[in-house]
Design a protein around this ligand. Structure first.
Ligand SMILES: Cc1cc2nc3c(=O)[nH]c(=O)nc-3n(C[C@H](O)[C@H](O)[C@H](O)COP(=O)(O)OP(=O)(O)OC[C@H]3O[C@@H](n4cnc5c(N)ncnc54)[C@H](O)[C@@H]3O)c2cc1C
Length: 380
């Protein structure tokens, strides 16, 4: 498979790299420490087209494809994993509307997502009692004349407190119908009856807004239904396939930053009269870190290039997400070790990278769920 980025993809990567270094990196540590919502960063990402990478030009998007998306998320995550996940989810929301929406839905939401008028898009699937198993979700959507009334609760929704538009999954058929009874709705953040909970206090990605949502008789019009009635599960799975490439890219970016800092430290920190990198044990760690990062990069690239080519990529996206996220945790853990006591201090980025990497094996499907997705394609 040819896996060379096109000129456009390389340009998107370079644009993201430059923005990450100039605007995001200098404030990343402060964003983590203060949990400040990075409005300026998100506005800037919209201005350079990175919040709607897979949205068609006619709706204001960059229309640059899956490979450009992965390369851009990785660059942003190298500087700030919190910014990267909000960017990744917003892109996933825009792409899902572009793929499944009517002309009216696309015209209504996509230009706002692309321009930053919708600061973020959110993906509201998980609930307090349904994470890995969304077929068990309980939020209900009931008909009222031509409208729909949503009632229920969502949990840990990225960007949910700042989203202009949310994809919300609700049950439109009896519980017994499981995954077959779910539909997806486009809900604007300002809709009466949608209440946003307090921002969660998290181990990592602390500047990423993560909230619970409550829907109390939240009325949306009939044309808020995205795709087919009771066809929401397929939309969620399709969105997550692409999203998992984004989380693989996020993990890769975090791990890449941890490796670069470890190499720099290993060259300058001395013990026993030589730079610690000259001790074989440290050199071995750095070699293993780089090998795992390169392996993760190849898996991520394969999934993204398959997607770009319009070929099936569900298994490959799960493999990329599974390996990159688990590798990122190992790499970041070693980065702390290489930094010694300094690695345990807030003053150094190594401990932030480890905290940020930890969530990547949990959201958009845990590692256990990725393994069952992969196994299903091999065994059934
Ligand atoms: C910071 C953060 C942001 C998030 N953002 C979003 C968001 O924007 N939108 C959204 O919808 N959700 C979001 N989530 C929710 C996330 O997707 C879920 O936490 C995740 O899918 C796991 O669900 P759960 O937490 O309910 O765990 P559970 O499903 O309760 O799983 C608990 C454990 O059991 C394991 N397990 C469950 N089922 C199986 C099985 N069949 N086989 C083997 N092991 C199994 C899991 O792997 C896990 O280890 C976010 C979560 C976090 C932490």
């Amino acid at each position: 498979m040819d896996m060379d980025p096109s000129e456009i993809e390389a340009l998107v990567q370079q644009t993201a790299h430059e923005f990450a270094n100039r605007v995001i990196a200098p404030q990343a540590s402060d964003l983590d420490a203060t949990e400040r919502f990075p409005s300026d960063v998100l506005r800037g990402l919209s201005e350079i087209g990175l919040m709607s990478i897979n949205v068609p030009h006619e709706y204001g998007g960059a229309d640059a494809g899956a490979v450009a998306f992965a390369l851009a998320v990785e660059q942003i995550a190298r500087a700030c994993a919190s910014c990267a996940v909000m960017m990744s989810v917003t892109n996933m929301v825009g792409e899902t509307i572009a793929r499944f929406g009517t002309d009216g839905q696309k015209s209504r939401h996509l230009p706002k997502l692309a321009s930053g008028e919708h600061v973020l898009g959110s993906f509201a699937l998980s609930e307090p009692d349904a994470g890995s198993d969304p077929a068990g979700l309980r939020t209900m959507a009931t008909r009222d004349g031509g409208d729909w009334i949503l009632d229920g609760a969502k949990q840990w929704i990225t960007g949910g407190g700042h989203a202009g538009v949310l994809l919300v999954w609700a049950r439109t058929a009896p519980t017994a119908a499981g995954a077959k009874g779910l539909s997806c709705f486009l809900v604007e953040g300002s809709t009466p009856g949608l209440k946003v909970g307090r921002a969660e206090d998290k181990m990592g990605i602390r500047a990423s807004n993560t909230v619970a949502l409550q829907f109390d008789a939240c009325r949306v019009s009939g044309d808020a239904l995205l795709g087919d009635l009771n066809g929401g599960f397929r939309i969620a799975m399709a969105a997550l396939d692409g999203g998992r490439i984004g989380i693989a890219a996020q993990a890769l970016g975090i791990a890449g930053a941890a490796l670069d800092e470890s190499i720099a430290w290993a060259k300058t920190r001395s013990a026993f009269g030589v730079p610690i990198g000259e001790h074989q044990a440290i050199g071995g760690k750095i070699s293993d870190m780089r090998t795992q990062i390169d392996a993760a990069r190849l898996l991520m690239a394969r999934a993204a290039f398959l997607k770009r080519a319009g070929q099936p990529y569900t298994r490959e996206a799960s493999m990329a997400k599974l390996f990159a996220s688990e590798a990122a945790i190992r790499v970041c853990n070693e980065a702390v070790q290489i930094h010694g006591g300094y690695g345990y201090m807030r003053e150094f980025a190594a401990e932030r990278h480890l905290r940020d990497a930890r969530v990547t094996t949990i959201y958009e499907g845990t590692s256990e769920i990725q393994r069952s997705v992969i196994a299903r394609t091999l065994l059934l």
